[in-house]
Design a protein. Structure first.
Length: 154
C-alpha cells in the first residue's frame, strides 16, 4: 500500500533498551521475574532499573558509596545491556526452567555459566572441578537447548 510505514518486526519483538524512552511494563516485569536466578549485584541492578525506576546514574552514585561495588555509569549501562540479553536468551530460560531435573554437576555448571554468566574457566575454578568437566556439561546443555529450539526433542 502506498504510503505505508515500513515496520521493523524484530524491533517489535525485542523492545528497545533505550532507557530514556522507557520500556513496556510487561517487558520490565518479565525481566524482574527472570532476575531471581541472578547473583545479588546483578539482580539489584535489574530490579533498580526495571522495578524501582532508578536511573543508571542514580544507581552508580548510590553504589559509589561502596568501593567494592562502585562502577561508573558507563560500566553499569554496559552490564545492564549484557544482563538483559542474557535474561532474554533461550538458553537462560531453558536452564532456569529445567535445571532442577538434572544431575548435580550439570545443574551446578549450568547455573554458574548460564544463569550467573561465568566463563567456563571461572566456573571450573568456582566449582572446584576441571575445565574439561565444565566444558562437557556446558556443551551438553547447549546441545539440548538447540535441539529444543529446532523442535528435535519434545
Amino acid at each position: 500500500m502506498l504510503g505505508s510505514p515500513i515496520l521493523d518486526h524484530t524491533a517489535a519483538r525485542t523492545p528497545s533498551l533505550d532507557l530514556r524512552r522507557g520500556v513496556r511494563r510487561d517487558f520490565a516485569e518479565r525481566l524482574v521475574e527472570r532476575a531471581k536466578h541472578l547473583p545479588e549485584p546483578d539482580r539489584y541492578l535489574i530490579e533498580g532499573v526495571f522495578r524501582d525506576g532508578r536511573s543508571i546514574a542514580e544507581l552508580s552514585a548510590m553504589w559509589g558509596e561502596h568501593p567494592e561495588r562502585g562502577r561508573s555509569p558507563k560500566a553499569l549501562r554496559r552490564r545492564l545491556h549484557r544482563l538483559v540479553d542474557r535474561l532474554n536468551s533461550p538458553r537462560y530460560l531453558f536452564v532456569a526452567e529445567y535445571r532442577d531435573r538434572w544431575a548435580p554437576t550439570r545443574r551446578r555448571v549450568a547455573t554458574a555459566c548460564v544463569l550467573h554468566g561465568m566463563s567456563l574457566r571461572e566456573a571450573a575454578e568456582a566449582l572446584g572441578t576441571s575445565l574439561h568437566t565444565v566444558r562437557r556439561h556446558f556443551d551438553a546443555v547447549s546441545e539440548i537447548v538447540e535441539a529444543m529450539r529446532g523442535g528435535v526433542v519434545s
